[in-house]
Design a protein around this ligand. Structure first.
Ligand SMILES: [Zn+2]
Length: 157
């Protein structure tokens, strides 16, 4: 069977703007997580009594078995790097002044991964899956109740 060859050789884009305003709520569990982060610098997850999953950030319902999650867990700001990517261009294809690294980290005591920035990691050859990481949380005076109250993950040396 002969396969047709793709004639598309480049991705075409069109620049434009869509004026949209929105208000997004974090939900019950998200609010619990963000309030603890802002006020106490704590990372709060939720544990599923039915299947033992520990979610961080906190969730209201278990994504695996759909049970309501009512047990909270305070996690240490430490974990393990599970995956990462380093971007060198923005979404318009323009080269970034500084590479942007993003990571999936499993905090110690959690069974799920947490997505955030990977700090000071611009050279992929120096980043290793399995490395221990520290969660860097902004000082209390700079926290606003946002997920960006976490600066990101820093690989422990
Ligand atoms: Zn569950």
């Amino acid at each position: 069977m002969k396969r047709a060859r793709s004639r598309i050789t480049e991705t075409r884009t069109w620049l434009g703007e869509i004026p949209i305003r929105s208000r997004y709520t974090a939900g019950v569990a998200g609010q619990l997580f963000l309030t603890a982060l802002k006020e106490r610098g704590e990372l709060i997850g939720t544990r599923c009594a039915a299947c033992s999953q520990v979610y961080v950030p906190a969730r209201q319902f278990c994504e695996r078995c759909f049970a309501e999650l009512t047990e909270t867990v305070k996690l240490k700001p430490e974990g393990t790097l599970k995956s990462f990517t380093i971007g060198f261009v923005d979404h318009d294809g323009k080269r970034l002044k500084k590479a942007l690294a993003l990571a999936l980290v499993q905090l110690d005591g959690a069974t799920t991964v947490f997505f955030h920035r990977l700090l000071d990691a611009t050279d992929p050859s120096k980043v290793r899956i399995g490395s221990p990481v520290q969660v860097v949380i902004k000082p209390k005076t700079k926290r606003t109740g946002s997920i960006l109250d976490i600066e990101g993950f820093k690989i422990k040396v």
